[in-house]
Write a protein that binds this ligand. Structure first.
Ligand code: SPV
Ligand code: MN
Length: 621
């Protein structure tokens, strides 16, 4: 690194050499020589270093100040608003074992391509180097990670979203075990990445390195988030634990009882809003590590902040998030509208409706259309807010516990307009893993580029991030519950079920009730009705919960409509899922097909007895 010592800003060089780690120094040297930045700033865990990054984000035009103190706004390019699945690829050696459906590129070719793209990519720019710790520090869960980026916005976002790890980096036991993440937004034009045609996210599982170029959207650039998650899934598989696309939250029962749940839902299916339900406490909203400890499953939040979807947030449905977004504090808004008074505005916000301002398309007036004649909304459907969890009032006191929290129950959620009832419990671990987690289907959303509303199989909502064969991932799940003293029950939720005429069958707030119901089930405080597809709530348990939690009177008629078993839809779903596992996934565990076959048999038997649409009362024994 001596070769380019003059590029280091202030005492950055000293900060870097103070960390005694050869792999780190070699990698930094290699990529500085390749990317050729003008300047290099190294950040420690000090507040001044975080402040410097914030200032640079404004000075460099990647963020703009809004009216309230601490609020800034960042725009990604018009065509850079979501995760780019097409150009996100695993670098795979010829002989590596990988599922055919996953997006891969030959490792040598991929490295050659990305090296070419990165050649001099940081010329004229400043490189920021920040150290983080995934998971709580000084814990069995910790994974040290270092980010190199020429975007102050990315470095700033990570400062809000992760625990700092400069100090931790000097103490790592296995000096090779860390993630190395390198990003360049490439040439900027009007503050956004210009060379989108060279947008790449390449994941090198062999070296635990992720390369990201010519993009700014957080899901493609925030190395600690979904990019590290892909590395962590493989690491976990090797080391015997799980990396999951899950929130972690405490549900509060009677007598101060707190029961922790983890929940895996694809993007835009209510994951963040569930973890932020008033009266409950949040540990994390997106990524969890799960380990077996003392015969139990413990979970931690990998992150320390929230990169949440802002569209539709209003004071009634999401009061806790609403409060945060409307007061001073460090918040990065992305891809929303800045009004004439430089206030943040988004689709679905309460109060005044704004018809002009500046958004991700530039100067905006309502009715503005794009090149394809589509109307441009005030804020992009994937527009987000980024905050540290210290800003929230409902953060659980155990968020940084190095042991994590004991998992009382696991939830899988999807966006499913016509098949799955809003809440159901699995018969046991394998039934839940196979018929709920592994069979999860969801209608696509704006969180990834491409068409919305298409039904896609998304096992454990983790498909986009799987860096190991799906068969092994599922086997790991099954093995994970072996030799446990306490196996948590598994639940499935669906907040998007429609009634016969296509309207939502429940109030958006009903999820608050489902959580309370699950909490009672974990402790065996209430019974349930056994149906062919799992255990559903009894009317006599839900009625008081609707009244206590929501002040609503749940009629038996509505209860019956909600929980009517839709046999043809359920059978079709099983056929779809079986078809995928039998024809597209190599080495599917035979127990999975058996579990689906058994379920189908139970459904057909019930159909013979009661018909296609079976009210829950029929299953009361
Ligand atoms: C998701 O899409 O699942 C997110 C946001 O949590 S992203 O960072 O894009 O992955
Ligand atoms: Mn996510």
């Amino acid at each position: 690194m001596k070769k380019f010592k003059e590029k280091f800003v202030g005492d950055s060089y000293e900060k870097l050499v103070a960390i005694k780690n050869n792999r780190l120094h070699n990698l930094i040297e290699k990529y500085v020589l390749l990317c050729n930045p003008d300047k290099i700033t190294v950040c420690t865990d000090r507040i001044e270093d975080a402040q410097y990054i914030r200032t640079r984000a404004i000075e460099g035009g990647e963020e703009h100040k809004l009216t309230l103190d601490g609020h800034t706004l960042h725009f990604d390019g018009y065509f850079d608003q979501a995760r780019d699945k097409k150009n996100t690829k695993f670098l795979i050696a010829k002989d590596a074992e990988f599922d055919p459906g996953l997006n891969t590129v030959n490792r040598d070719e991929g490295l050659e391509e990305i090296t070419e793209i990165m050649d001099d990519i940081m010329q004229g720019k400043e490189l920021y180097i920040r150290f983080f710790c995934l998971g709580p520090v000084d814990s069995e869960f910790s994974i040290p990670a270092v980010q190199l980026t020429d975007s102050a916005y990315v470095a700033h976002s990570e400062g809000l979203l992760y625990r700092t790890g400069y100090k931790q980096f000097s103490n790592i036991k296995d000096s090779e075990r860390f993630f190395f993440l390198i990003h360049s937004a490439g040439e900027l034009e009007g503050g956004v990445s210009k060379n989108i045609h060279n947008r790449r996210v390449y994941i090198d599982l062999k070296e635990n390195i992720v390369y990201s170029t010519n993009t700014q959207y957080g899901g493609n650039t925030i190395g600690l988030k979904k990019l590290s998650m892909r590395l962590a899934i493989q690491l976990a598989s090797r080391e015997g634990w799980l990396t999951e696309h899950m929130f972690v939250m405490g549900v509060h029962g009677s007598n101060n009882r707190v029961t922790y749940f983890t929940g895996a839902y694809p993007s835009m299916c209510g994951k963040t809003s569930t973890s932020m339900i008033p009266g409950e406490t949040i540990i994390g909203d997106d990524i969890a590590y799960l380990r077996k400890m003392d015969g139990k499953i413990n979970a931690v939040n990998v992150e320390r902040g929230i990169f949440g979807i802002i569209g539709g947030i209003n004071s009634k449905d999401d009061p806790l998030i609403w409060d945060i977004l409307n007061k001073e504090g460090e918040i990065i808004f992305s891809n929303i509208l800045s009004t004439d008074r430089a206030e943040p505005y988004w689709t679905g916000k309460d109060g005044e409706v704004h018809t002009h301002g500046i958004n991700y398309s530039g100067e905006w007036n309502s009715g503005k259309i794009d090149d394809k004649k589509n109307e441009i909304p005030a804020s992009h459907p994937n527009a987000r807010f980024t905050v540290n969890m210290d800003l929230l009032e409902n953060t659980d006191s155990r968020i940084d516990d190095p042991q994590g929290v004991e998992v009382g129950g696991i939830i899988y959620g999807g966006r499913d307009s016509h098949t799955t009832v809003p809440i159901i419990e699995a018969f046991d671990w394998a039934h839940g893993v196979f018929t709920m987690g592994a069979s999860l289907e969801s209608e696509t959303t704006a969180a990834t580029l491409g068409k919305s509303g298409v039904r896609k199989h998304n096992p454990m909502s983790n498909l986009d991030f799987l860096s190991i064969p799906l068969s092994r991932y599922l086997q790991n799940y099954i093995d994970f519950a072996k030799n446990l003293d306490n196996i948590p029950p598994i639940f499935a939720v669906n907040y998007f079920l429609n009634d016969a005429v296509g309207d939502p069958i429940t109030d958006k707030l009903a999820k608050r009730v489902w959580l309370k119901w699950m909490e009672l089930r974990v402790h065996g405080d209430i019974g349930a009705i056994k149906t062919p597809v799992g255990l559903i709530p009894r009317y006599e348990d839900l009625k008081p919960l609707f009244s206590e939690v929501l002040g609503q009177d749940l009629s038996e008629e509505l209860y019956t409509e909600i929980f009517t078993l839709r046999v043809p839809e359920n059978i079709s779903k099983i056929e779809r899922i079986k078809n995928i596992y039998q024809n597209k996934i190599p080495n599917t565990p035979k127990e999975l097909i058996n579990a689906l076959d058994e379920q189908e048999k139970r459904l057909k038997k019930a159909k013979k007895q009661y018909g296609d649409y079976i009210p829950p009362q029929k299953f009361i024994e």
